[in-house]
Write a protein that binds this ligand. Structure first.
Ligand code: UFG
Length: 327
């Protein structure tokens, strides 16, 4: 049985990964504390309730399933919150990951796929962000993910823990079948907030900062479809199972869109106005984060076919209208 331990499998990206793993012939075992995840999102394999801060919870799951690999999604992931509660981010993301990594090694599970982030690069004007770019995170979230990258590198050297690190750009969209989707409580991400404003679930979208050094004054991000993103994870798993060396991959398209451009696309897709107001900058936000690498395409054979804004917002809108977990 090819079990894969999926931490955070009840969350947005983890639940899509479980679907992709099942479709590829693996059995995804979701490990989640349900603090930010949803039991209803666990549809594609067994569920184990537990907390990464309790190593005995993790040890129990390794013993029960003897997984061939780990995909580690579980993390706190809000840039703004991480600036207000850095200790929470270091504890949850770094100590929790350390417990998981140690448990994997203790149980001889030496294939590890890690969700990292372009937030580890920080704000670097006019620098093409590829996997060799310097990492200077400007928020606690990015710093915590950078720390886990270092732990993995140390565990590779000491114990031979093979790993693939994916540095995500901005993940968006939803499963086209609307079986799973993006649902955070409270929501902080741009596209679901725009859709909430479109259908009146909130009064308006607040644009965080209109005085950035960008053509229209708003931040620029590189959006990647969640289904393309999890496809890369399945390819990363295969990479490790084929015995290839540990590797870092950016997951982005190389195309940047400003907040205002995303809003414009949402108007077209929904054919409705987007109520919005202009507000202050959000602490911790980088001006521009766009991938400058095609390593995932050339080496993993990844394709990001669905990662255009129209498709991402169309799929997010379908999910928004038809699917949601119990609030
Ligand atoms: N934004 C607004 N108003 C909002 C929410 C967001 O203007 O109400 C802006 C942000 O300032 C930013 C852009 O929309 O410029 C995207 O913001 P998100 O909160 O959707 O995403 P972030 O870029 O802050 O962070 C996300 C994930 C991180 C990941 C990062 C990589 O939350 O986990 O993408 O850029 F690391």
């Amino acid at each position: 049985m090819k079990h894969v331990l999926v931490t955070g499998g009840a969350g947005y990206i983890g639940s899509h990964a479980c679907k992709a793993l099942k479709q590829s012939g693996y059995i995804p075992v979701t490990f989640d504390n349900l603090n930010t995840g949803w039991k209803e999102a666990v549809k594609f394999g067994p569920f184990e309730h537990g907390d990464l801060l309790n190593k005995s919870d993790i040890d129990r799951v390794f013993q029960k399933y003897n997984p061939i690999a780990v995909m580690h999604f579980a993390a706190l992931s809000q840039v703004g919150e991480s600036m207000q509660k850095p200790g929470l981010y270091w504890e949850n993301n770094v100590m929790g990951s350390l417990n998981l990594i140690q448990s994997a090694v203790d149980h001889g599970c030496m294939n590890f796929v890690f969700s990292s982030t372009c937030a580890t690069y920080g704000d670097q004007d006019n620098v093409v962000l590829d996997e060799n770019s310097a990492q200077h995170p400007i928020n606690a979230y990015g710093a915590s993910k950078r720390a886990v990258e270092n732990i993995l590198s140390n565990y590779q050297a000491a114990f031979g823990l093979n790993h693939v690190i994916f540095r995500y750009f901005n993940v968006a969209g939803a499963d086209p079948d609307a079986e799973v989707g993006e649902f955070h409580q409270p929501e902080t991400h741009l596209i679901p907030l725009i859709l909430d404003a479109v259908d009146g679930k909130r009064d308006a979208l607040t644009i965080f900062g209109t005085d950035y050094d960008t053509p229209d004054g708003t931040c620029i991000r590189d959006y990647v479809h969640v289904c393309d993103l999890v496809d890369a994870h399945v390819l990363g798993l295969k990479w490790l199972l084929d015995g290839k060396a540990s590797r870092v991959f950016n997951l982005g398209t190389g195309d940047g869109f400003s907040v205002r451009e995303v809003v414009d696309h949402a108007k077209h897709v929904t054919n409705r106005p987007v109520p919005m107001v202009e507000g202050d900058r959000r602490p911790g936000d980088c001006t521009k984060l766009v991938s400058g690498s095609n390593r995932a395409l050339t080496e993993l054979g990844w394709s990001a076919d669905r990662s255009n804004l129209k498709q991402m917002i169309t799929d997010a809108w379908r999910w928004h209208q038809n699917g949601a977990y119990n609030e």
